[in-house]
Design a protein around this ligand. Structure first.
Ligand SMILES: Cc1cc2nc3c(=O)[nH]c(=O)nc-3n(C[C@H](O)[C@H](O)[C@H](O)COP(=O)(O)OP(=O)(O)OC[C@H]3O[C@@H](n4cnc5c(N)ncnc54)[C@H](O)[C@@H]3O)c2cc1C
Length: 414
């Protein structure tokens, strides 16, 4: 995926995509065994040496999204006065009532348990998904049954039943003050930068789609086919009579509308849904690896820090984890860079290299993943293994770095 393209970060960091500091990692990290990514273990965290001076009691956060609200909740619970500055007049305006999945394979620990450990109550509606139908590159349908929930679907947007709204309610109850209609400039303002997608960056992924009402029963479909979703995938989730049908693409942005229509036709042919009140939406996202997520004493969290799985664009859990870690670094005067590298750093590096493999090998890699999942007693284990920064990812890293850096530059010229 892309490399950050705003000068402030580039200068601070020389070349952004770097291996993390070996010395600090080996001294402090829990051992990560191949095939067994660690649980998210906040109780094991210890600080680094170069602590951030954050000994003030009022914390200003830019952005009332998942990362900013999680940071705010934790800081307020620890007695800080927290002000979140949100550019819109309500939370969740970036999204459209669409379903998004909280992935449940990167860590061994269940995603909802992990979220609870971030001091977030699981009081938001969610839908557990254990069976997914995947349409492969040749049009063949694979019905993949997982032994545990492979993801949890939540709604995003401004409605009451969205994760955004629920976190906002939790933040208010914790004593966080959210100031709406208050856009801020991340280069000059704030202690925590949680503003999600930053518009002056490269767009790494485009997610055009539809939400609609339907009478079809609940079901979860994915399609992997470059003719429909170049370097990415398409999905159609139907829950409680509401559907989200979209493609998440990493190239050929100019053909996104026609590719979406193709995906629509393929899902329609297989599911036979009737669609009412169809609404088009289009989202962008930006994920990359950085060595440093602290600039001018400001802590970058969530998508603002590039914390999105570079392979498939899952960013919600990382947004909440990084928000929590930023709060902990302030509360306990610990090194934020150390914390996020330890908890999520190797998974990001793996996702970055995997994205490159996925892109390079095209339909062969889609088929490989499908075959692995189909043959595995527990397909989540196959996905889980892919998320390790193991020998395959280590070997691929230098090439992935060169290739994706060039692509990022090329796209910026367009
Ligand atoms: C269409 C789409 C589908 C997705 N699907 C999935 C999925 O299935 N699973 C998954 O895990 N992830 C998914 N993602 C990614 C996921 O939604 C994001 O990674 C996650 O929401 C990032 O959280 P955040 O807190 O960093 O940013 P956000 O949730 O975007 O919150 C940022 C907040 O900051 C505010 N803001 C922005 N600029 C300013 C400013 N200048 N001043 C003040 N406030 C500002 C915004 O209005 C917003 O409220 C998807 C993304 C898109 C676009």
């Amino acid at each position: 995926m892309g490399i950050r393209n705003y000068p402030e970060l580039r200068n601070a960091n020389s070349l952004a995509l770097l291996s993390f500091p070996r010395k600090r990692e080996s001294r402090n990290s829990a051992k990560i065994q191949p095939g067994s990514p660690p649980e998210f273990t906040p109780h094991l965290m210890r600080g680094g040496d170069d602590k951030i001076n954050m000994e003030k009691k009022e914390i200003k956060i830019i952005g009332a999204g998942l990362s900013g609200l999680t940071a705010g909740i934790n800081l307020a619970k620890a007695g800080y006065k927290v002000k979140i500055f949100e550019k819109n007049d309500t939370v969740g305006k970036r999204f459209h009532g669409d379903y998004q999945g909280i992935e449940n394979w990167v860590y061994n620990q269940d995603a909802l348990e992990c979220i609870q450990q971030l001091n977030i109550e699981i009081s938001f509606p969610y839908y557990s998904v254990r069976q997914v139908k995947i349409i492969g590159p040749q049009g063949k349908i694979y019905s993949i049954q997982f032994q545990k929930n492979v993801f949890y679907l939540v709604r995003r947007g401004i409605a009451q039943d969205t994760l955004d709204h629920n976190l906002y309610e939790q933040a208010k109850l914790s004593g966080v003050e959210v100031i709406f209609n208050a856009p801020q400039d991340y280069r000059q303002f704030g202690d925590i930068i949680a503003q999600g997608f930053i518009p002056d960056r490269v767009t790494d992924a485009l997610v055009p789609g539809y939400t609609f009402k339907t009478k079809s029963p609940d079901q979860y479909w994915v399609i992997v086919d470059d003719a429909i979703a170049p370097d990415g995938y398409g999905y159609c989730f139907i829950v409680n009579g509401l559907a989200t049908l979209a493609i998440c693409i990493y190239s050929d942005f100019s053909k996104s509308k026609e590719n979406l229509e193709r995906a629509y036709d393929v899902f329609q042919k297989n599911i036979h849904f009737e669609a009412n009140d169809k609404i088009f939406f289009c989202g962008t996202s930006n994920g990359f690896l950085m060595k440093n997520a602290v600039f001018d004493n400001r802590l970058y969290v969530g998508e603002a820090a590039g914390f999105i799985d570079c392979l498939w664009g899952f960013g919600m859990k990382y947004a909440m984890i990084s928000g929590y870690l930023a709060a902990q670094s302030i509360i306990k005067n610990q090194n934020y860079n150390y914390l996020w590298k330890k908890e999520i750093g190797s998974q990001f590096k793996a996702s970055f290299v995997n994205h490159w493999y996925y892109k390079m090998l095209g339909k062969r890699s889609y088929q490989w993943i499908l075959d692995k999942m189909r043959k595995s007693a527990d397909p989540a284990v196959s996905l889980n293994k892919m998320c390790n920064y193991s020998i395959v990812q280590k070997l691929g890293f230098p090439l992935a770095f060169c290739f994706l850096r060039k692509k990022a530059k090329d796209r910026r010229k367009l």
